[in-house]
Design a protein around this ligand. Structure first.
Ligand SMILES: Nc1ncnc2c1ncn2[C@@H]1O[C@H](COP(=O)(O)OP(=O)(O)O)[C@@H](O)[C@H]1O
Ligand SMILES: [Mg+2]
Length: 338
């Protein structure tokens, strides 16, 4: 069973200093060839998990099997099968792009001439040929990330681990970086395990996602699965300004989970937008309020995250805000009504 999976974890746990339970009994699989997103806010346990999978950190308990090898028993063999790109930049600014890759090749015991040719071909692949003899410290953020991608690929890994690889890049840089990763996947069938807190990125790039919060996986599946689990659409109704408040009327309609009202627009979470819209239009016209616009959206991953963790994604710190609590309560009420 484990041979067919790129990554298998079984109750993987890390407790720092006997106190901080950073990762708590997580079990999941990453299939070969897929892009797997490990999504969670700061402090969720992403880096800790990635470090255990890549033989950088010993688990307190539980097991990880990577590329068919038990990481605890064969850390050095695992390292040969994988590439790792860390959250922090690891390129040596005082070496050229080419030299950075050659040095990395040396660490894997790749002979000099082979290291040279791999470095040249990787530099070209990452479109850094023009800058190959420049010191890495002169590279832009995007170029540096591409150089690190090249370094991570020097041992021709089967699985690439990326820890928040696009943190700090502008949208263009992020898109560019992912373009290279996607191309690689297509050409080589590379498995990608990526941690991120960019929800849109996980949505667009990953075949499957696990959401981690406070060291536990709170949900997993394809982005579509996760949105399905949320079981609802978001309908925005716009009314002419100055009309009376329809919140209560809308809340009473069948299949409605929650209603948020701002100015003359209503954001309604409901079971199905398709069935809700005609009912809502009818209800509004009976109330004598004209609708000036309607949009129906499937929930975004932001909403999936809120749903499973009870918190806004970028909200740091503990506990729920009043708004979150209200949204959750409406949601729970909606589910009871179903
Ligand atoms: N070396 C360490 N010693 C003690 N606590 C740590 C250490 N590294 C991380 N932690 C704690 O473990 C939790 C998870 O951290 P981390 O895995 O870095 O999260 P993420 O990468 O999702 O931001 C956090 O509460 C963090 O403060
Ligand atoms: Mg981290």
């Amino acid at each position: 069973m484990q041979g067919s999976e790129a990554v298998v974890t079984e109750k993987l746990t890390k407790v720092y200093g006997g106190k901080v339970k950073a990762v708590s009994e997580i079990s999941f699989q990453v299939h070969r060839g897929e892009a797997f997103g490990f999504l969670g806010p700061n402090g969720a346990g992403k880096t800790t998990t990635l470090s255990m999978l890549t033989a950088g950190l010993r688990p307190t308990s539980g097991q990880a099997v990577v590329a068919g090898l038990d990481v605890g028993k064969f850390p050095e063999l695992v390292k040969r099968q994988i590439g790792v790109i860390f959250q922090e930049s690891t390129a040596d600014g005082d070496l050229t792009g080419l030299e950075n890759i050659e040095v990395a090749a040396g660490c894997f015991g790749i002979p000099r001439s082979e290291a040279r040719s791999r470095a040249r071909s990787l530099i070209e692949q990452m479109q850094l040929k023009e800058a190959s003899d420049r010191l890495a410290k002169t590279y832009s953020g995007g170029m540096r990330r591409r150089l690190e991608l090249a370094v991570g690929l020097v041992n021709q890994p089967k699985i690439l681990f990326l820890d928040e690889p696009t943190l700090g890049l502008d949208p263009q840089g992020r898109a560019g970086f992912w373009g290279f990763v996607q191309k690689l996947r297509k050409e080589t069938g590379l498995t990608v395990f990526v941690t991120t807190h960019y929800l849109d990125e996980a949505d667009g790039m990953c075949d499957r996602i696990a959401i981690i919060d406070h060291g536990t996986i709170v949900a997993s599946g394809t982005p579509g699965d996760l949105k399905d689990k949320l079981g609802g659409d978001v309908v925005t109704l716009k009314t002419a300004s100055g009309t009376r408040d329809l919140s209560d009327a809308l809340r009473g309609l069948p299949g409605v989970f929650s209603v948020q009202h701002q100015d003359s627009s209503y954001r309604v979470k409901c079971q199905s937008g398709e069935t809700f819209v005609p009912i809502a239009v009818d209800a509004c016209s009976r109330a004598g309020v004209g609708i000036t616009g309607v949009s129906v959206k499937r929930p975004s991953l932001d909403e999936v995250f809120l749903e499973f963790t009870g918190r806004e994604f970028r909200e740091d710190g503990e506990g729920m805000t009043a708004t979150d609590r209200a949204v959750m309560m409406n949601r729970i009420r909606g589910q009871m009504r179903r």
